[in-house]
Design a protein around this ligand. Structure first.
Ligand code: PMP
Ligand code: GLU
Length: 400
């Protein structure tokens, strides 16, 4: 038999999905695992959104739609961008896809040539480098530090950009760190973007999930670079709609049309029923979103308090998204039952196997010694998981 594609053989599987699946399997086999892996709100999708989908089915709205998306959803997206982000788009500048992950893929396919470089600050969402490789471009990783709240500076960005650089992937609020860039920090980065002419993929999927009075700011609202910014968003996080698979972008017309051309040959339109539901979500009053964010804030505060009681675990105070990204550096090199804990993968395996807490190791996010804790799960699961982490750390501290 002939071999598989070299590109696919070199591709990493999504670490978030892999660990989520591992936890799911353990649970199916009867182990009571606290699953703190997935970035998936545990709330139900709001009722008026579900009703819109039911109506769509009853009305037989179950066929192909326009590749770009249904007119009412495009209208809702244009209104949302203007209302929430100060972004003005024409209809030709919007594309609806099967989740923000798919949106990012289409956008990168639309702009990258083989060998182009794409700058990605680390820690990054697991998918960015791999999706860049899928379009035959080269991820260029810029390491950020906890001391700088895991934010890339304008000087670091300038240094990373050269003649081969095509794009910069920017994610605020960020997965996995929860860091949120201020308007001033974004304006400094925008100066570099303007001078270099690169595209920006501004992934704003967590824009609604911000705490402590911090405000999200959209890079695309800076007039001087408007045409360079591809603003990506979706309904997965803000409306607890991960399974519906609707993401979208707003960009210059040539980019949106090129991305639509890619989509037209790969998936065609996003699901007709889910598009109707997404239109209802985006045009609904934001009560449900607000309630969800208040609950996330309560869980974040609880998780921060519990983790801060554990000696030797270093943790930032995240201002957005629903993740904690602590460092377990001081536990690396310990032995547990004779086995050496040599890295964050071993830490994650240890918590999973010995204490039945599922987390995602930092290596998938380009950050050694860390693990990601998602608090998008229920409070009960979070309490159980954090209890397991505290107990696991206590045992590790006593180990040699
Ligand atoms: N961007 C980031 C930073 C994410 O964490 C995720 C994961 N949900 C996505 C994009 C993709 O979201 P979806 O495909 O569910 O819209
Ligand atoms: N983005 C979510 C996460 O980081 C869902 C999993 C994924 O798509 O990678 O957990």
């Amino acid at each position: 038999m002939k071999s598989l594609s070299i590109k696919v053989r070199q591709l990493e599987e999504s670490a978030t999905l892999a660990f989520t699946q591992l936890a799911r399997k353990m649970r199916e086999s009867g182990v009571d695992v606290a699953n703190l892996t997935a970035g998936e709100p545990d709330f139900p999708t709001p009722p008026q959104v579900k009703m819109a989908a039911v109506r769509a089915i009853e009305e037989n709205f179950t066929h192909y739609t326009a590749n770009q998306g249904i007119p009412e959803l495009i209208t809702s997206i244009i209104e949302k961008f203007e209302r929430d982000n100060g972004l003005r788009f024409e209809r030709s500048q919007i594309l609806v896809s099967c989740g923000a992950k798919h949106t990012i893929y289409n956008a990168l396919q639309a702009i990258c040539n083989p060998g182009d470089e794409v700058v990605i600050p680390a820690p990054y969402w697991v998918t960015y480098p791999e999706i860049v490789k899928l379009v035959d471009a080269k991820p260029v990783i810029v390491q950020t530090t906890a001391a700088e709240h895991f934010k890339i500076s304008a000087a670091q960005l300038r240094k990373a950009i050269n003649a081969k650089t095509k794009a910069f992937i920017f994610n605020s609020p960020g997965n996995p760190t929860g860091s949120v860039y201020s308007q001033g920090e974004i304006e400094e980065l925008a100066d570099v973007v303007k001078d270099s002419g690169v595209f920006v993929i501004a992934d704003e999927i967590y824009e609604k999930v911000v705490y402590d009075g911090v405000r999200h700011f959209s890079m695309g609202s800076i007039k001087q670079i408007k045409d360079q910014v591809i603003t990506v968003n979706g309904v997965s996080k803000a409306f607890a709609m991960t399974g519906w698979r609707i993401g979208y972008l707003g960009s210059s017309t040539p980019v949106a049309e090129a991305a639509a051309k890619v989509q037209s040959q790969v998936t065609s339109n996003a699901t007709s029923i889910a598009q109707r539901a997404a239109a209802a979500a985006l045009s609904a009053p934001s009560d449900d979103v607000q309630k969800m964010v208040e609950e996330f804030c309560r869980r974040r505060d609880f998780a921060l308090k519990e983790i801060s009681k554990i000696p030797d675990v270093e943790l930032q105070d995240p201002k957005g998204a629903f993740y904690l990204f602590p460092s377990f550096k001081s536990f690396i090199g310990k032995r547990m039952n004779g086995a050496l804990i040599k890295d964050d993968m071993d830490i994650a395996q240890y918590f999973l196997k010995e204490h039945h807490v599922a987390l995602v190791p930092g290596c998938g996010f380009g950050a050694k010694n860390h693990v990601r804790i998602s608090y998008a799960c229920s409070m009960k699961e979070l309490e159980k998981g954090l209890g397991g982490i505290a107990e696991g750390c206590r045992k590790l501290r006593d180990a040699y």
